[in-house]
Design a protein. Structure first.
Length: 270
């Protein structure tokens, strides 16, 4: 029998400070950067429910039943200052990961006959946490620019134009690529991060930006000397490079999403 899902979004904002009370200022700043000081953050939460459509009212769960539950969930956070306001954060850093975990643990697993299957938390424009009963993934977004030409060496210009259209223009063409990198794990008990943001930024800078940013993929990048630099191949190459590097650092890459244009997106998962 088909399973239908329903999602409901809500928004809230709070103030916070990321610091470990047992660490000195230098260590805290090395771990949390500017977030060691008081600052505000905007959040959007999306709750996903799965179930069967009721033959009586045609719904999985009535939105009217969800509204007060979601309001009760986010009210303690909305306008709060963490860690001071909520005792749940007395010994936990209020990272996006720990806030998502708090939300997951404080919402009913079932509402009527619907089951909560996923919780997504967006922190600003560049951080996203996805929580299910089995996994947690934190994603950070990056942007880089690169040019490429789609062409096969055994085809002439007319043949490549027929195969790839204007993407086979001999001079190539460029994109501003949006890259989302998702790392799977559990929040560290000391930092609250699945992976320290500064470390992920460093890895992406060294492994992706240094290779591909403001480069012509066909001309400048050995990864594409024999490989057509489609965005599918670019996403796969980035996934393999980041997966190897993050594994050496002790982390597990779950997903890479590469947005080429507003219309075209490509994703590689483990």
């Amino acid at each position: 029998m088909p399973v239908v899902s329903l999602s409901r979004r809500a928004a809230f904002s709070l103030g916070r400070r990321l610091f470990h009370p047992d660490w000195d200022e230098t260590r805290n700043r090395a771990c949390f950067g500017r977030d060691v000081g008081p600052h505000g953050a905007n959040y959007a939460i999306e709750l996903v429910f799965a179930g069967q459509i009721s033959p009586e009212d045609g719904m999985i769960v009535n939105i009217a039943d969800l509204k007060p539950l979601i309001a009760d969930l986010i009210t303690p956070l909305d306008g709060a200052f963490l860690p001071d306001t909520l005792p749940e954060f007395a010994h936990k850093r209020p990272t996006a990961e720990n806030i998502a975990l708090y939300l997951w643990q404080n919402f009913p697993a079932t509402v009527v006959e619907a089951t909560l299957t996923e919780l997504h938390l967006e922190e600003g424009a560049h951080v996203r946490v996805e929580k299910t009963s089995r996994t947690m993934i934190v994603s950070r977004s990056f942007e880089f620019a690169a040019a490429h030409r789609l062409a096969l060496s055994d085809l002439d210009d007319a043949g490549n134009m027929a195969r790839f259209g204007i993407c086979s223009n001999r001079a190539g063409h460029g994109h501003n690529f949006n890259l989302s990198v998702g790392v799977e794990g559990q929040p560290d008990a000391q930092t609250g991060f699945i992976i320290p943001p500064q470390l992920l930024d460093k890895v992406v800078t060294e492994e992706v930006f240094a290779r591909f940013d403001h480069k012509h993929l066909n001309e400048d990048c050995p990864e594409f000397r024999e490989l057509v630099p489609t965005s599918e191949n670019l996403a796969l190459v980035i996934f393999r490079i980041l997966s190897d590097r993050l594994e050496r650092e002790g982390f597990r890459l779950a997903r890479v999403h590469l947005q080429e244009t507003a219309k075209n997106g490509f994703e590689v998962t483990r």
